[in-house]
Write a new protein. Structure first.
Length: 287
């Protein structure tokens, strides 16, 4: 019954694995709900900021506000890649890295110098493995990003853009459309482009002045774009982990069914063989 004992061991191992993946699926589902709530809460604020800026925007402002400066040609830009600190989430990190590689190739083929800033252990590990120099590497941002995290990421990049050291800032993150749709996305956050106005223009009472308001709103708009990238990536990570763990749990269940069927067949064959031996021995004694 050596084969039977081996099958029993495999069945116990698979059962334990299924318990782990099922628990991870439940944890990811809980975290995904909270993360998706943060995404939903961030979007109205971004829409309100965009509405105000689009109402105040005119081409003459680019001379007074450096964040609106449109460079004639990009010579040096920053690319911020957002990945996860952990795995076990399917192709989530691989898809983000692939999107970042395509963006890097497109920019560098155009003769642009790219400073790569990476958030998350998975992205950092990959680019260090291939020998790519990183301008910065962050692993301290958790799956509950804050506005302060976004500010710490982009404030220095905004200062470099204002000084003319950078001609643009791109962010690669996941776009959380739904639980099953979280595609990687490249967004240009600097220079600030005039947001598309939705609906009729609103009549605002401006105090103290449009210039003073834009001075405060433009940096907030950039920080909010980065913050939304962080929260959408965090929500997409949990959605991908939930899907991966559910698939692993289902596969473990299918494997258990197959192993138990195989064990029962082997056990039945062993019993049948023993009965045949007993019957044969009894017939030999009677003969």
């Amino acid at each position: 019954m050596a084969k039977g004992r081996e099958l029993i061991g495999r069945i116990k191992t698979t059962e334990n694995t299924r318990k782990i993946t099922r628990t991870m699926e439940m944890v990811a589902t809980s975290k995904m709900k909270r993360a998706s709530d943060r995404v939903a809460a961030a979007r109205p604020y971004a829409a309100a900021l965009g509405d105000v800026i689009s109402s105040l925007f005119n081409p003459d402002l680019t001379e007074r506000f450096p964040l609106l400066r449109q460079p004639t040609a990009e010579k040096r830009v920053a690319l911020v890649l957002m990945t996860a600190n952990r795995g076990l989430c399917g192709a989530f990190n691989a898809n983000l890295i692939k999107e970042a590689r395509h963006t890097l190739a497109r920019l560098e083929d155009a003769g642009v110098q790219v400073d790569l800033h990476v958030v998350g252990k998975k992205g950092i590990g990959y680019f260090r493995y291939i020998g790519r120099a990183l301008a910065s590497a962050r692993i301290d941002i958790t799956d509950r990003p804050s506005a302060d995290d976004a500010a710490s990421l982009v404030d220095q990049l905004m200062a470099d853009f204002i000084s003319g050291a950078l001609d643009g800032v791109y962010v690669v993150h996941s776009k959380f459309n739904s639980v099953l749709s979280t595609p990687p996305h490249t967004e240009r956050v600097l220079p600030v482009a005039a947001p598309t106005r939705k609906g009729a223009a609103r009549d605002y009472l401006l105090y103290p002045s449009a210039d003073a308001i834009l001075t405060e709103l433009l940096p907030s708009y950039v920080r909010n774009a980065v913050y939304r990238g962080l929260v959408e990536t965090a929500a997409a990570e949990q959605a991908a982990r939930r899907t991966a763990m559910k698939s692993a749990t289902d596969n473990a269940g299918d494997m258990l069914t197959l192993l138990r069927r195989t064990y029962n067949r082997a056990r039945q064959a062993n019993i049948t063989q023993e009965i045949a031996e007993i019957v044969g021995g009894a017939a030999a004694l009677q003969g």
